[in-house]
Design a protein around this ligand. Structure first.
Ligand SMILES: [Zn+2]
Length: 113
């Protein structure tokens, strides 16, 4: 379950940012990840509930936004959604595609007191 390590990184970054602002506790953390990261939303929530204990985010909630995988065809410029197994243009059948989104992993915002 790689969500534990990912969540640990999110919590560390959020805690550092909150402490840099002189905050005493974190109320909410909003994260965005692309579906190609293979993060499982429920597993990330579970990891957060375990790892937030004994941190300044102990009462924080985790907001998750998932971005679908999208690519643009290099041959016909069509933009399309796809899964992680096959990236193929639905319009012309080309496999020459460039990824637009789907591998992101970032903290969007942190709400602190
Ligand atoms: Zn195409």
């Amino acid at each position: 379950m790689h969500e534990m390590g990912i969540c640990d990184g999110i919590l560390k970054s959020a805690t550092e940012a909150a402490e840099a602002e002189g905050a005493s506790c974190i109320n909410r953390i909003e994260v965005t990840f692309g579906e190609l990261t293979q993060i499982v939303e429920d597993a990330l929530q579970f990891a957060f509930e375990v790892l937030r204990q004994d941190t300044i985010a102990a009462d924080a909630t985790l907001g998750i936004t998932i971005l679908e995988a999208r690519s643009r065809c290099m041959d016909c410029s069509a933009e399309f959604r796809h899964d992680r197994y096959e990236v193929k243009c639905p319009k012309c059948g080309s496999y020459l595609c460039s990824l637009l989104q789907g591998r992101e992993l970032r903290i969007e915002s942190i709400d602190v007191d």
